[in-house]
Write a protein that binds this ligand. Structure first.
Ligand SMILES: CCCCCCCC/C=C\CCCCCCCC(=O)SCCNC(=O)CCNC(=O)[C@H](O)C(C)(C)COP(=O)(O)OP(=O)(O)OC[C@H]1O[C@@H](n2cnc3c(N)ncnc32)[C@H](O)[C@@H]1OP(=O)(O)O
Length: 215
């Protein structure tokens, strides 16, 4: 989604809970990489594009990046710097080309939400979003909803109901809300809707567990 789009009903903007992609540095390179992933899939094997040359060019880019990368241990510490939002996760991370990315905002009623459009790389059934991708979006969104509510945990059980196929190429509203905390057990719910219609609902049991950030 771009900044000029109007958020869908029920996702009025509140505090940002996820990193805002920058239009420079690694974020810009990652945005280009996302575009390459989608373009390759769109082109397909029947494309007249010079794929061998493209493979060489992409490998040269990866070689250059690897040559200048820090050690993984160092990078892990860097990724988890601070206590707030992450920039590397596979759902919202502007540094992660796998992330759509979804941007989430906290709302006054304690819930969170965001709007995202998914393209061909996220396809499951013909023209629709892969069920596992919906699960990824919801697992993370419920996790961030817990963070927003003040008690975080790891996913113990995530139950999903797929009510109707989730469309590609249309704005999807993803929401999450912490319902209750009982000792270490956190109950959290969420949904994905398209055009006001419920596509997927999620019910999660998260367990409070201290996983220290790498330092
Ligand atoms: C993630 C936090 C990060 C914080 C960072 C903050 C930044 C904020 C920014 C952004 C938010 C990030 C958002 C991320 C979201 C992504 C979430 C994920 O992908 S999490 C990865 C997938 N999940 C795992 O890998 C868990 C693996 N499982 C375990 O580690 C354990 O099994 C664990 C902790 C779930 C339970 O183990 P035990 O030994 O600590 O606790 P026991 O004693 O077994 O259970 C405690 C109680 O909970 C129930 N329980 C445990 N597991 C259950 C389960 N799977 N389902 C139902 N109940 C369960 C038990 O029956 C017990 O209940 P009784 O007290 O007896 O009533």
């Amino acid at each position: 989604m771009t900044g000029s789009d109007v958020p869908a009903e029920g996702t009025e903007r509140g505090p940002e809970l996820t990193a805002t992609p920058r239009n420079k540095g690694v974020d810009a390179a990652v945005a280009a990489a996302r575009r390459v992933v989608a373009s390759l899939l769109h082109a397909g094997d029947g494309s007249a594009a010079e794929m061998e040359k493209i493979a060489d060019q992409l490998n040269a880019i990866a070689d250059h990046l690897d040559e200048h990368a820090p050690a993984v241990e160092e990078r892990l510490v860097d990724m988890w710097r601070g206590e707030g939002v992450t920039r590397h996760d596979p759902v919202t991370g502007p540094e992660n080309a796998i992330a759509p990315p979804l941007q989430l905002h906290g709302k006054e009623d304690g819930s969170i939400g965001g709007v995202v459009v998914l393209g061909l790389p996220y396809q499951g059934p013909p023209g629709f979003v892969h069920g596992g991708v919906s699960a990824l979006l919801l697992d993370h969104t419920l996790g961030v909803a817990n963070h927003w509510a003040g008690t975080s945990g790891v996913t113990g059980t995530l139950t999903l109901r797929y009510h109707r196929p989730t469309p590609l190429f249309e704005p999807l509203t993803v929401t999450g809300r912490q319902v209750s905390v009982d000792g270490r057990k956190i109950n959290t719910v969420g949904s994905i809707t398209a055009g006001g219609k419920l596509c997927v609902s999620a019910d999660g049991l998260f367990i409070v567990k201290d996983l220290p950030r790498p330092r």
